[in-house]
Write a protein that binds this ligand. Sequence first.
Ligand code: ATP
Length: 430
Amino acid sequence: MKYILISEVEKSDNQEVLLKAWVFNFRSSGKIYFLQLRDGSGRIQAVISKDSVAAEVWQNCENLTIESSVEVSGKVYADQRSASGYEMQVSDLRIIQRSEEYPIGKKEHGVDFLLDHRHLWLRAERQTAIIKIRDEIIWLMRSFFRNKGFILTDTPILTSTSSEGTTTLFSTDYFDETAYLSQSGQLYLEALAMSLGRVYDFGPTFRAEKSKTRRHMMEFWMLDAEAAFMQHEQNIELQEELIVYVVSGILKNKLTELDILQRDVAGLKKVKAPFTRLKYEEAVKQLKKLGSDIKMGNDLGADDETILMKEYDQPLFITHYPAAIKAFYMQPDPDNPDVVLCNDLLAPEGYGEIIGGSERIWDLKLLQKKFKEHKLPTKEFEWYFDLRRYGSVPHSGFGIGLERTVAWLCGLDHVRETIPFPRLLNRLRP
Ligand code: ATP
């Protein structure tokens, strides 16, 4: 008998096939068993009639428990009433492993209980839908950059120092010295941009921020993009194009999963370039009018982002932040050196900042001056200065956080469900 995935049943219409799956639910009417099966690729109902199977097969049905793993064979056929559009009439059923009593039931569980059982919770339909959307977002981002001629490359996770001070870094022993887990690949990517022109990396990043918010994790995935000869304006346009590409790809390819999540897609359908751009100063003025207590010169907090985004139904760029509250490497605005050529991109519907980007300082003297101001150890960064010594060029880039993008597109109010095993302030297990 041919073994197929549930997602392949359409191609085997009216044929006898073998499925290998888990029983996520079942009921019996005495003479008929209705099994709900899942195998990762899809879900299907399998029907077993006492009269048409061997006594031993019926016995196996009576032994079933939720989450038992099984092999079932039978004929698959189209059925309008079933969610997958197909059903199976079972002729044989074998239990691979009879599950012990499954801890996650139909009743509502608290978040802590679910996170303690994350290794099992991942089997839930909602969770698999989120993981599939996450996968699609990753493929869309990669194909976007590939189409644009960007080369995927890798930056290190173990680093000797950080681009923004070491207070929010996780450290680990590295033989006789201390290594830090990367919080962004940007500085290394700048070196690669001077080699390959247009590059991006995509990998895990780590931040030891004691932030217990619905948008922060200690470990998250970031895609950094960097391009030589690209300046502030093109950097913004590139981000805009990326977001439009990803959102439209998700709307095209992942409607089933969005439906499972009951995501109202009306907001996503509105995402069209160009996005509104607001200079930091204007944003703060607007925030004050909206009732925020933000002071000019302070960074926008998560609450400010939420208040501001009530006014916009599209992603919003905030640009030209004060140099004093941004990283040392950002290029000052030639018209006003107190602000830098940078941008954050805020997602609509209250999902907060998803991208941070900037034009980078490419003049050696200016960079060294900024190092002094930020009291950074110049010795550690000699290699970074070299990039400004040997054929320096204007260049820009940005980092997009995967989990916040997943949270926005899936309509999740917390990032903890956007990654299989979230690392949160008080959670390192499972
Ligand atoms: P925030 O101010 O919200 O903490 P940030 O300014 O530190 O973010 P960047 O350093 O610009 O963020 O990082 C780029 C992107 O990485 C952010 O726009 C966001 O999408 C994502 N990101 C940053 N920190 C976290 C985190 N702790 N958890 C999940 N995603 C994050």
